[in-house]
Each structure stands twice: as structure tokens, then as C-alpha cells.
Design a protein around this ligand. Structure first.
Ligand SMILES: *Cc1c(COP(=O)(O)O)cnc(C)c1O
Length: 335
């Protein structure tokens, strides 16, 4: 418990509508005939269409402000949700925001470099630089020279996944523990989309420190090799524990690797079908890059009978729906 007290004393810029709701999906659960499906609605964090980066940014930017930074530089793919959330958070906090975005996703849409998240980045006043993947290093060097040294620019890694950013998901685990106790449900498993690993590391550290027997299952939506993601989660987890919770027992890192499809940012037909089912039965919209793949994993695992022994199961809706503006061609593109 000491870890949680310590967590609450950390610098934090309040940005999100927290706690987010935890709700049941009765019609989808009935349709699938498996456990009751519950969703932690982190798509409802309230910051410029919401998402999981809000929680990380509360700690990342809270600390940046305390350290006296006025200027933030971060990275992502062109349609990065992390970039959009950072742009909005910086607007709220009066910080200057620079985004270095890379054309790493071979998704073809006429608005890909202007619409959806990129539009919101610019609306929120961020300076946006878009480059090819091999140009990121040189563009970063150039921006660094332009914007000033490490004292002047707070550089936030892609996805906001540092030990500090991961604290946002330690806090989410605490919310889930409180909410599930109030609802009198027990979650033996929680599924979520995993990419830069901060969400998973935070959740695993959080449930471990709270002594909650909830297995966190990170659905890999980014790394061609599952082991790369596993190593990243483990490294971040070690970072959180070393710095903030020494002596704690490490939680297990579980990766579900069967739902990446052709790669990061590329939806597939089975995934879109699962997403359409959730929309038709629950009016709930998932995103094609992240949360839709986590939903697909859960729906498929239930269909395969792998969750037959579970009464309740939890899915994190991590946001990302703002990207649909440049994915409306998905249904034609993958069929
Ligand atoms: C970034 C992101 C994730 C993955 O979170 P990580 O901490 O990077 O693993 C999941 N869903 C959405 C919508 C995201 O934008």
C-alpha cells in the first residue's frame, strides 16, 4: 500500500475525467455465450476525444512542469493518438508542443497526413513535422538544435512510455480494484491493446502492488515479434519497481500475439467484424489500430472456449476512435 500512497504524492497535472466508467456489455456477452464482458472506458478520459495517453500525460507533464519545462517534444506515427493527446494536454497547460511524426504505417487514405489526429494536433496549436521513418533521427537532431538543449526541451518518448508515464496505469489498476469491489465482481483477466508497453507495465505493477489476482493480457498490436514487446514491458516494469516500489514482487508479463494481422496500423477482416458486432449490439465504437484488435482477441478467445471457466472478464477501451476519419475506407480495403 505504501506504493499507492507514494503514487498519490507524485507531481501530476490533472487532465482527465477520472475515474472513467466501468460498465458491462450485456448484449455482446449474451451473443457470445461466454463470461460477462466488462469494459473500462478509458476512451472517456475527456481530453480531446480521450484515450489511454491522458493518464500517462498527467504524470509526465506534471513532472515536466515541476522541473520548469515550457516546451515538449514527442514522437509517433502520423496518426498517433499519443501525439494528439500530448498536443491537447500542452494546450491545456500552456506548454509549447512539437510533434515529430513518422510515415511508418502503409495505410492509404487521401486525408492520412492532414485529417483526423493530425488535424486535431494542429487545431490544438502543436508544431507538426512529418518525415519518412529513416529521416526521424536527423529531423530530431535538427529540431533539437532549433528548440534548445535538454534544459529547454522535455523530450517524451513515443507513446509516453517511461516509468513515470506508466504510473498513470498503476492508478488505473487502483481504479479497477475500487470499482470491481463496489460492483462485487472479480476479474481474473484483463485484456488490452499493447504497443509501447507503458499501459501494460503500469497495470501489471498496479495489480501486483494491490495484491489483486488479475492477469493482464497485452494484445500485441505493434511488434512483429512478441518477444520484443515482452522485453519492453519487463524493462519498464523493472524501471517502475526499481525507482518507485523496491522489493515488490514482479507481476507476470503475458502477451497475446495472434491478433496483429498484417502489422501495426493495418486492420483485418475478422477484427472489423468483431468491431461491427460491438457497435451493433452495444453502440460501442472501437478503433481500427489498437482497441479493435484487443476486442477481437477477447471475442475470439471466447468463441474458442478459452474463457469458459470465467464468470467475468475485463477489456480496456483505450481510445483511438478519432482516427476513424482516415480509416473509413477500412471495410472496402480489407475485403
Ligand atoms: C497508445 C495506445 C495503446 C497502447 O498503449 P501502450 O502504452 O503504447 O502500449 C492502446 N490503445 C490506444 C488507442 C493507443 O493510442
Amino acid at each position: 500500500m505504501a506504493f499507492i500512497d507514494w503514487l498519490h504524492a507524485q507531481p501530476r497535472a490533472p487532465l482527465g475525467h477520472l475515474p472513467t466508467p466501468l460498465e458491462m456489455l450485456p448484449r455482446l456477452s449474451d451473443e457470445l455465450g461466454g463470461p460477462r464482458i466488462w469494459v473500462k472506458r478509458d476512451d472517456c478520459t475527456g481530453l480531446a476525444t480521450g484515450g489511454n495517453k491522458t493518464r500517462k500525460l498527467e504524470y509526465l507533464l506534471g513532472r515536466a512542469l515541476e522541473e520548469g519545462y515550457r516546451r515538449i517534444l514527442t514522437f509517433g506515427a502520423v496518426q498517433s493518438n499519443h501525439a494528439r493527446q500530448t498536443a491537447a494536454a500542452c494546450a491545456r497547460l500552456g506548454l509549447e508542443c512539437h510533434l515529430l511524426l513518422s510515415r511508418r504505417v502503409p495505410w492509404s487514405h487521401p486525408g492520412y497526413e492532414k485529417g483526423a489526429n493530425v488535424l486535431f494536433d494542429r487545431l490544438c496549436g502543436a508544431e507538426v513535422t512529418i518525415v519518412d521513418p529513416h529521416e526521424v533521427d536527423s529531423a530530431f537532431k535538427r529540431l533539437r538544435e532549433q528548440l534548445g538543449g535538454p534544459d529547454e526541451v522535455c523530450v517524451v518518448p513515443a507513446g509516453g512510455s517511461t516509468a513515470v508515464g506508466a504510473l498513470g496505469y498503476v492508478q488505473c489498476a487502483e481504479e479497477v480494484a475500487t470499482q470491481s469491489e463496489a460492483l462485487d465482481v472479480h476479474f481474473a483477466r484483463m485484456y488490452h491493446a499493447s504497443a509501447s508497453a507503458g499501459t501494460q507495465a503500469g497495470l501489471v505493477a498496479g495489480f501486483a502492488t494491490l495484491e489483486q489476482a488479475t492477469q493482464v493480457i497485452g494484445v500485441n498490436v505493434f511488434h512483429p515479434q512478441a518477444q520484443t514487446l515482452k522485453d519492453r514491458v519487463a524493462a519498464l516494469l523493472a524501471g517502475v519497481q526499481e525507482r518507485f516500489d523496491p522489493g515488490s514482487s514482479a507481476g507476470a508479463v503475458t502477451i497475446e500475439h495472434g491478433y496483429l494481422g498484417e502489422g501495426y496500423g493495418l486492420p483485418n477482416a475478422a477484427q472489423l467484424e468483431a468491431m461491427a458486432l460491438a457497435a451493433r449490439l452495444e453502440g460501442l465504437i472501437f478503433d481500427p489500430v489498437y482497441s479493435g484488435k484487443a476486442l477481437h482477441a477477447l471475442v475470439d478467445q471466447i468463441a474458442l472456449g478459452r474463457l469458459a471457466d470465467q464468470q467475468d472478464v475485463l477489456l480496456l477501451h483505450s481510445g483511438g476512435t478519432s482516427v476513424w476519419g482516415v480509416y473509413e475506407n477500412a471495410f472496402e480495403a480489407v475485403r
